[in-house]
Ligand binder design. Structure first.
Ligand code: ZN
Length: 201
């Protein structure tokens, strides 16, 4: 069965003024949709066609002959995860078990925010910043292009897209401003808390 573009979990204008409807229209309606179409074309009539998205990402990671499939499958996964990593009236701080774990593993919430912002800002070229759980410890990491922490045994809890297509219409070259705004006004901590609860269950 072919993969389908999932709907955004909010209206296209719901993240304004931080991310414009224009950006989401292109980012979801063209970029994310393009990865879905490419993936469907690439796996059609192959033994990957009936696999789940996660299975395809894991099965093709590191295989140069399947780089096209991996890139599109991982970008489909990453973008769906990214939409849920934001919400209208987001920002603020996590609560409960995740808040305590962030304090324990990063020293403080402010220290986490600095690391996350630095990861997004310092990723050269296109990629992603992540909060992940690895062997019971929270870590901030960054990946290049389509790469996804699932393929290195990490459990993603939150992500920020730092491809230029994510922010250029609204922030032009000011990626640090976009990263700061993501943390201050967009991040969906309930999503990260739910992912953390699942990861430690
Ligand atoms: Zn993107």
């Amino acid at each position: 069965m072919a993969f389908e573009l999932p709907n955004l979990p909010y209206e296209q204008n719901a993240l304004e003024p931080y991310i414009s409807a224009n950006t989401l229209s292109f980012h979801h309606g063209k970029h994310h949709a393009g990865y879905v179409n490419n993936l469907n074309n690439l796996v059609k009539d192959t033994d990957l066609a009936d696999k789940s998205l996660e299975e395809i990402v894991k099965a093709t990671a590191g295989d140069a002959s399947k780089a096209g499939i991996f890139n599109n499958a991982a970008q489909v996964w990453n973008h769906t995860f990214y939409w849920h990593s934001m919400k209208p009236n987001g920002g603020g701080a996590p609560s409960g078990a995740l808040a305590a774990k962030i304090d324990a593993d990063f020293g403080s919430f402010d220290a986490f925010k600095e690391q996350f912002k630095a990861a997004g800002t310092s990723q050269f070229g296109s990629g992603w910043a992540w909060l992940v759980l690895e062997n019971g410890t929270l870590k901030v990491t960054k990946t290049l292009n389509a790469e996804n922490p699932l393929t290195s045994g990490q459990i993603p809890l939150l992500t920020m897209d730092v491809w230029e297509h994510a922010y250029y219409l609204d922030y032009q070259n000011r990626r640090p401003d976009y990263a700061q705004t993501f943390l201050n006004s967009l991040v969906n901590w309930e999503f990260a808390e739910a992912n953390y609860a699942k990861a430690i269950a």
